[in-house]
Write a protein that binds this ligand. Structure first.
Ligand SMILES: Nc1ncnc2c1ncn2[C@@H]1O[C@H](COP(=O)(O)OP(=O)(O)O)[C@@H](O)[C@H]1O
Ligand SMILES: [Mg+2]
Length: 281
């Protein structure tokens, strides 16, 4: 892997997992670095390969250019979307347009979720990933685990694309063109895997100040976004049934969170209880 001299690059952003840089000598290129050591940086390699596969399916997403290394850490060179703003940021700046952005995201999501992904061998099955997460879960009692497993068994292993971190922060816009980003957990499966994840974010996790800071929105604004999004996505005025399904998939998403992220004892306890409550709906 080519080593990059980071002193030639200017930091333009910082996320939970790493930082982003640009370099005047390479216009149109964004460098996305991981804080993790090379040995643990498989996530960035996975993100590179999955993003590439999703791009090849015709989804609007920044083009992946090269996997490189920065001081022994993995980094991605990709197409920089100049002047981008995330849908979350757009809602923050134009709160009177939250409903409009929610409807637009629903339209784009339906296209994303209609894309057949099984032709790309790099794209894994979300159902299979969930099977592993549930089997190994340390947040559920035996009985709760059984309930979650029974629900998982009813889910079809759909061939269509799921984003894997479906939120308004991972949909960016520049010059009226929207791009999906952060595709490191992309997979194929039921679109409700994404919808459950987003339901959880907007309606439950939105109560946390840290989440409001990440989203640049209040909890009320996130709930408003969800309600309009849910109506537009489902095509129904009454979204009770839609929300009910989303909640059951949200329980799975909680189990997955415990699988991919180290949790403290109290987080595990809280999330275990939440998952149990949501699967019961
Ligand atoms: N191709 C891109 N062009 C411009 N900005 C981008 C691009 N990809 C990501 N970003 C920005 O970089 C930051 C980190 O993005 P993201 O890929 O979602 O990583 P994280 O895993 O930290 O959420 C965000 O501010 C996002 O809007
Ligand atoms: Mg992101």
């Amino acid at each position: 892997m080519k080593e990059i001299d980071i002193t030639l690059w200017t930091k333009v952003g910082e996320g939970g997992n790493g930082a982003t840089y640009t370099n005047q000598a390479e216009p149109g290129v964004l460098l996305k670095e991981s804080y993790l050591e090379m040995a643990k940086a498989d996530n960035l390699v996975k993100e590179f390969n999955l993003s590439k596969a999703v791009y090849e399916l015709g989804i609007p997403t920044p083009q992946m250019l090269e996997l490189v290394s920065v001081n022994g850490r993995a980094a991605i060179k990709c197409q920089a979307i100049q002047g981008k703003k995330s849908f979350a940021r757009l809602c923050n700046e134009n709160p009177e347009k939250i409903d409009e952005y929610a409807r637009q995201m629903a339209r784009l999501a339906k296209q994303f979720h209609a894309t057949i992904a099984t032709g790309e061998s790099a794209i894994p099955s979300m159902k299979a990933i969930m099977e592993e997460a549930v089997t190994q879960s340390e947040m559920l009692s035996t009985k709760a685990k059984q309930r979650v497993q029974e629900f998982l068994d009813t889910i079809e292993d759909a061939p269509t694309l799921v984003h894997g971190d479906f939120t308004f922060s991972n949909l960016i816009m520049a010059d009226d063109k929207a791009y999906w980003i952060d595709l490191g957990n992309a997979a194929h499966g039921s679109p409700y895997f994404d919808l459950g994840h987003f339901y959880l974010f907007c309606n439950i996790f939105s109560r946390k100040q840290r989440v409001q800071d990440i989203a640049h929105m209040t909890d009320q604004q996130m709930i408003q976004f969800w309600n309009t999004f849910a109506k537009a996505y489902s095509g129904e005025e009454n979204v009770d049934e839609f929300n009910k399904t989303c909640k059951r998939f949200a329980a799975l998403d909680i189990v997955l969170l415990g699988h991919i992220q180290p949790l403290t004892f109290s987080e595990r306890l809280f999330l275990g209880m939440l998952a149990k409550k949501m699967i019961k709906q």
